[in-house]
Design a protein around this ligand. Structure first.
Ligand SMILES: [Fe+2]
Ligand SMILES: [Fe+2]
Length: 303
């Protein structure tokens, strides 16, 4: 079924998260990925009362940068807090930007701070014109400060919506068209919303301007007390791969597909778990770097 006339992207790469000093993991993943994604807040350490980037992880990233491309993916900016975003996060991003060549950086369309208090989670923003105007202004500030592309990511929702003036896709379309920023499309987050709230993924994807998607996130999570949780702790489920296969032909500017896994999950499962999953995903996507095994090509042109 070819719903969209746009041709498939000729090339995209595999990427994964790297957030702990783990040279064995780094050496193991390098044959399968062209990019690694690092979270400045996660690799931060406190020194003399202020936050710095972990020096060993910085060294790992500099070593990796000789062979791979690096992406920054923040969790602590809180781009939608009414009273301001996190200056501490911006300092960390600046440090990373100064030390390592970054292809692009990204954050979540969310807030994680209220009245200066960190909620230790990300909550969805009200989809109102007032909120959109705040976020547009802040995206433009980011774009002026960091001359690399900036991407926003859709998050999964825990709480009921404030009465919206935009649909989910409509809000993202508004932000990309007003600022020129691009998107991370997190398919696992969409699945969480579908399971927890009956969210209609298909109509969301139909409405979203998929030309603005540069990166896709996939992950494997867990279920607890009847909820599907946005934790990156497992292999990617078949249902997520089905959505990936469905959406790729509709994303002409796709650069990377990122397998997200938490450092705690790497510790629990072991490095081979991640390396084997990347090998499986590379096979699924038919992405093969020099020296890795090839399998029959997958045809994404008719999903
Ligand atoms: Fe994310
Ligand atoms: Fe994600």
């Amino acid at each position: 079924m070819n719903r969209f006339a746009t041709p498939i992207s000729p090339a995209f790469s595999l990427c994964t998260t790297y957030e702990a000093h783990d040279p064995v993991l780094l050496d193991g993943i390098m044959p399968y990925v062209d990019f690694i994604e690092v979270t400045p807040d996660t690799i931060a350490v406190s020194r003399n009362g202020s936050a710095h980037l972990h020096p060993d992880i910085l060294d790992d990233l500099k070593r990796a940068a000789k062979q791979l491309k690096i992406i920054a993916h923040g969790v602590g900016l809180s781009i939608g807090s009414y009273d301001n975003w996190s200056a501490d996060y911006l300092d960390l991003l600046q440090m990373l930007y100064n030390e390592v060549p970054l292809e692009w950086h990204s954050e979540h369309l969310a807030y994680s701070c209220v009245d200066g208090q960190n909620l230790n989670t990300m909550l969805a923003l009200p989809r109102t014109r007032e909120m959109a105007a705040i976020v547009v202004e802040r995206i433009k500030t980011l774009q002026n400060r960091f001359p690399i592309p900036f991407l926003l990511e859709n998050i999964s929702r825990f709480l009921p919506d404030y009465p919206p003036e935009f649909t989910e896709a409509g809000m993202l379309n508004h932000l990309t068209s007003e600022t020129g920023c691009e998107l991370i499309l997190d398919l696992y987050n969409l699945e969480c919303d579908a399971f927890n709230h009956g969210f209609n993924i298909r109509s969301f994807l139909h409405e979203l301007d998929l030309n603005t998607v540069r990166e896709i996130h996939i992950a494997g999570g867990a279920f607890l007390n009847g909820f599907q949780l946005d934790v990156h702790s497992n292999k990617v489920a078949d249902s997520t791969l089905d959505w990936l296969e469905f959406v790729i032909p509709q994303v002409p500017n796709l650069r990377v597909v990122t397998y997200e896994i938490l450092p705690q999950a790497v510790k629990a499962h072991g490095q081979n778990f991640v390396i084997e999953e990347l090998a499986r995903l590379a096979d699924f996507l038919n992405i093969h770097k020099h020296g890795t095994t090839s399998v029959a090509a997958r045809d994404f042109s008719n999903a």
